[in-house]
Design a binder for this molecule. Sequence first.
Ligand code: F6P
Length: 525
Amino acid sequence: MSDASRYPRCDQTPSWLALSACAKGPMRQQDIRQAFVSDPDRARRFTLRAPHLLADLSKNLWNDTIRSLLVALARECRIEAQREAMWQGQAINTTEHRSVGHVWLRSPEPMTEFPDAATRVPSLAEIIPQREAMLEFAEQVRADGQILNVVNIGIGGSDLGSQMACGALQPFSHPRLKLHFASNVDHHEIHRVLEQCSPGNTLFLISSKTFTSAETMANAHTARQWFLAQGGEHHPLSRHFVALTANAQAARDFGIETIFGFWDWVGGRFSVWSAAGLPLAIALGRTQFLEFLAGAHAMDRHFAGAPLQENLPVQLALLDIWYRNFHEFDTRCIAPYLSQLQRLPAYLQQLEMESNGKGVDHLGHPLEMATSPVIFGEPGTNCQHAYFQMLHQASTVIPVEIIACRENPSGGPLHHRQLLSNALAQARALMLGQDDADPHRRCPGNRPSSFVVLDTLRPDSLGALLALYEHRTFVCGALWGINSFDQWGVQLGKVLARDIESRWDSLDATGLDASTANLLRHIAG
Ligand code: F6P
């Protein structure tokens, strides 16, 4: 059995029992407002620094006792050993018997924190040539005056990371190039993109780790048909179609010659650092893409070296456990107070919910405890005009995570001041609440929030932010004793979709449940 299964699961540790006792006792009624009154130093003590950002965790429903017990829980689950196992290349993806190596993709040299890792992980001599080939191609595209449109065709981890990062870093992107992302299989997306393109000025990136995802293949075939029908014969397909994949043979079978590969130890939702990040590399260029990697690496070194009580990914993960398993909060709201981070919640949904939305541990034993919360969110201030009403007054408590930037690369100081005043106000309002003679106007307050402040939004700070969430997700999974790196739950739907599609013309309902059969007849009949 893999090494990963020999670590204690958090719900089978002494600290879990102590935390359970706390959660049932007076701690349950902890009042954040009162905590600030009785401890003037609270804000300072519960604020952590990490590369490119600061996180104020003081407006949360915890205190020194809880925090110490949570750190003890991390120690009993041997989080530091599990962290080292990842960097050393052990097969912590236990069901696919794979290493988890996205951290190696952004490491300029072997990590001194794990000196013997070099013996087991792919050498940089293997990783750097792949990266250099991708970056050289990116520079060629940026220098090629003919290419105006770059179309990434991919879904899930082959879309969300690059799309989010290209949107977030638009001010740093090449002025001539327009990045497009087509992911869904409904014809609207690919049609909307192709309408804006012509064969001679468009580069298609077919991005798929497996090169089998049905949506991506359908869109890729449509794009190729369009390309050839639009007079593409004057433009060699090889010059306008590139594959980003771990399955080079399938890409060649599709007719693509230029292939940027990555390894099976790069998980889809962790792949923006690899060839799957080519759209971002084209948008940013070599220097800025390397800054993006360097920002993530800086966070890697913080995660690898900071003591647990000062380790921001660990502290955020422990707070997640406290809220999910002891307060039984089912959701967490992500509120990025910057429009450029519009797609960050969607990216984090896959990162956290596909990683930790699991029901059994590494050994296949059913879990008695809950795991990933539901992650949702929209940029502020829009979220305030959509669902913050519920956050302030509903009986359901939803922890909020505000992500702000000290300075906005897009400028507009007065706009930014108003934006950040709202961010600060929302965190304060959630905590304070308001009493009122009219019960309809009352807000209970004592609602928790974490406040993350990026110094600014640049390639390096975005890289650091994403690495922060990757490591937080890893620590949560390690504490829960689950495999955060597979996604078997999505396979059944894919199989059933192929079966139903095969019945579309015949309407053959043999073996279908009556509901699906009726709907198939209604829709396809
Ligand atoms: O179905 C889920 C999933 O496998 C994700 O984990 C992955 O990011 C996405 O589909 C796309 O997979 P691929 O990159 O192989 O097309």
